[in-house]
Design a protein around this ligand. Sequence first.
Ligand SMILES: [Zn+2]
Length: 428
Amino acid sequence: MPVREVSRLPELNEILETSDSNRLIIVDFFANWCGPCRMISPAFERMSMEFGNATFLKVNTDLARDVVMRYSISAMPTFLFFKNKQQVDSVRGANESAIISTIRKHYSSTPANPNAASDEEKKFLERFVGYTELRKMHTDEVFKALARSVMPDGISDRLESGEDEKKVLQELLDWFKNDFFAWFDRPTCPKCTLKCTTEGLNGTPTKEEKDGGAGRVEVYICDGCNSEMRFPRYNDPSKLLQTCTGRCGEWANCFGLILSAAGLENRFVLDTTDHVWNEVYLKKEQRWIHVDPCENTMDRPLLYTRGWKKQLKYCIAYGHDHVADVTWRYVFDSKKLVAEERNEVRQGVLENFLGKLNARQMAGATEERKRELAVRRVCELMEMMVLEAKNQRIGWEKLGEDMGGRTTASVNAHAVILRLSGYKLQNS
Ligand SMILES: [Zn+2]
């Protein structure tokens, strides 16, 4: 890993707090005007490449005054060594051999926790955290009421009275795609009615756009009259009930709120290759199914890898109180994918990370709900095994138009596990 510059004390504390207890952290306190500092800098960079299980940081003493004060740095360069949140050593001056021998003294090449994420893995995993916040908005009672005010009447009543979930879900999908939400590709200029042909540029959201939850905005320039058109990428699903437009991110986000408002338990699925969709839990069939509002389709999980020839790698599903890696449902051979193609993060590290995220998500859940989620998790594992066996038996070539989904080979695992565990759901 290259040397990373730390500019404030909280940033350094965060690194010290979250690093594996076996990981050595070396901080170079330097100044731009200091000759010896400049001289040792390339050697420090080289060390950062050589010692993979150590973190190399640098602090500009003219800028990060709080860090300098905290560690009473009085000479440049100074090197401080930390392990397990504690300072363990220091070296003063641009003495390369002293720095290396001090590293060797404290360095261990393996982490204490083999499933602890490396810096690169942490960076990759960071993107998975934010979506748990999004899911909170889907269960907001005010947002759900807003959603019900635009939805076709009586949807939740019909579901409550026991009408077929898939039938109602299909109606919702039809309505959403045909009558409610629009796909946004490029804008059309309101003055000269020309459709934009150039790519959108990255702009800074205005205050109003930020209030609507836009993290970024695309700016388009009209080819005809040079006027500017903006497309804020809103993350707030209640805002999307008004704008009714977007790409797959906005579609799945807004549809997630619609599903929650209808009373259908759902997940928001993010794939790291940049497509998102939904999943719905069918109470009668006791399983999660794939739902894609952009495509107006359901229960065709192999649509992306077979239909679109897309390579999916990490499909993470966000329920309102849990997280799951559901990649297996959307690829043909998940064993092979995990073993050979997924190399951004080690499998054990990913599971460890999702386990922690899950624990946090489930913190407020009742014991009964936790048990239900545990049963469903086992069911999904069994479903995965059945699916893999089926795919292997048929083979990729012969799958034809089969896009996965319900198979006759599926077992009603849910009921079996409930019976085995002696646990009864109230309504079963
Ligand atoms: Zn124009």
